[in-house]
Design a protein around this ligand. Structure first.
Ligand code: AMP
Length: 401
């Protein structure tokens, strides 16, 4: 089975063609500058990356260029469009309407559209990507939406309710939703496989630490709490997002500097996090270079980030009444041995202890805990595209039953 996985943004679109059973990646790429001019980056594993300038006035031309690349006799990987069995779309927000991945129909799309106000930058672009696929592939190729929020729909009210007047939840659906759900779910499943134990028996803390970061408490296979909130702005500090801050700061700064709400949100989303503190970069590799050169603000930014992650690990161990494994994933989590060491340092009282030699690794699936640790520490490269492909296959197989 071949599943085309699409992650559509407002002016870009990432794709992968995958076999969900074997996990084999057939091809991947990126359409950029949609609506401006258009560029396709296409790559087949083991071959050189190809870059083409192709006019892409809309997402439909972008999808058409992806299909053409996949079918190309020279650098393609399939010989007929019928070899694409289904399309899986990353959709950011499913609100309380979607606790699982779902087959895309006209009716279903209107429910997704109703979630747009909760993710105004992302959901409309995801829907444009879906409509573009329908325009190019027709309605005979099944399409499935896989939501970033769905995995966290199992959170209990104590975890998702904000202490605001209740009508804001009832009427306006203001609550914690959480994001990165596809990644947290994927690494939870891999953790269970690595430990050789059923997911339904495990208490896991999954740390997705990338440019955007979130932590999740996954108890017996279900998300019971997560650090991102109503929007992805909450939780630990990130590349450019502030994470948890006192809401009173907004009023203080807006009054003092005359910022309007858009300017304030721009600061919180794009100029804060480790970029804000370091005044150097949002990229942890740049911070490391800065730290090597004695840049104290870079060191402070990384320390603030790591301290925050450590606190969430403690909080979620308390929330679940224990923990069997802590999982590190995404760019920083997979590639930062020193960061994993600092975050877990001092957590021996919980049973968390690293084997420093094993931990000296990057981007591989490995148990890095010390022999006498009672809690496992796992490094697991995330693979959201594979999870989307697996879900898409499961939904499509379900249709046949
Ligand atoms: P992501 O959002 O998962 O792509 O992660 C991006 C973040 O991961 C950036 O801050 C990168 O600096 C960081 N990152 C990626 N690769 C490495 C690496 N080899 N060493 C340290 N950090 C890395």
């Amino acid at each position: 089975m071949n599943i085309l996985v699409i992650n559509a943004g407002s002016s870009s679109l990432k794709y992968q063609l995958l076999d969900p059973e074997t996990g084999k990646l057939l091809a991947k790429g990126l359409c950029e500058r949609i609506g401006i001019d258009g560029r396709l980056n296409h790559q087949v594993p083991g071959a050189d990356k190809r870059v083409f300038d192709i006019p892409m006035p809309t997402h439909a031309e972008a999808i058409q260029s992806v299909i053409d690349a996949l079918l190309s006799p020279e650098y393609g990987v399939i010989s007929s469009v019928h070899e694409i069995d289904a399309v899986g779309h990353r959709v950011v927000h499913g609100a309380e309407s979607f606790a699982d991945s779902a087959l895309i129909t006209d009716e279903m799309l209107s429910v997704v559209e109703a979630c747009n106000p909760l993710a105004p930058l992302h959901n409309p672009a995801n829907i444009i990507g879906i409509n573009a696929c329908t325009a190019v592939l027709g309605k005979n190729v099944p399409q499935v939406a896989v939501f970033d929020t769905a995995f966290h729909q199992t959170m209990p009210p104590v975890a998702y309710l904000y202490a605001l007047p209740y009508e804001f939840y009832e009427k306006d659906k203001v609550r914690r939703y959480g994001f990165h759900g596809t990644s947290h779910r994927y690494v939870s499943q891999r953790a269970a496989a690595m430990l050789g134990r059923p997911l339904e028996e495990l208490k896991l803390i999954t740390c997705h630490l990338g440019n955007g970061s979130s932590i999740a408490a996954v108890k017996y296979g279900k998300s019971v709490d997560t650090s991102m909130g109503f929007t992805p702005l909450a939780g630990v500090p990130m590349g450019t997002r502030c994470g948890d801050i006192d809401a009173g700061i907004l009023e203080y700064l807006m009054n003092k500097y005359g910022y309007n709400i858009d300017e304030m949100l721009d600061i919180l989303n794009k100029k804060s996090g480790v970029l804000g503190i370091s005044q150097l970069s949002s990229d942890f590799r740049d911070l490391d270079t800065g730290i090597e050169q004695g840049n104290e603000k870079a060191a402070l930014a990384k320390n603030v980030f790591m301290y925050s992650v450590k606190k969430y690990i403690g909080a979620y161990a308390a929330a679940m009444g224990g923990v069997d494994a802590v999982v590190f994933t995404a760019g920083v989590g997979e590639n930062g041995p020193d960061l994993r060491e600092t975050i877990t340092d001092g957590l021996e009282f919980l049973g968390i202890k690293l084997d420093k030699e094993k931990n000296n690794c990057r981007g591989q699936e490995i148990d890095v805990s010390a022999a006498d640790a009672t809690v496992h520490t796992l490094v697991i490269p995330t693979n959201e595209e594979l999870m989307i492909a697996m879900d898409t296959a499961a939904v499509v197989e379900g249709l046949k039953k």
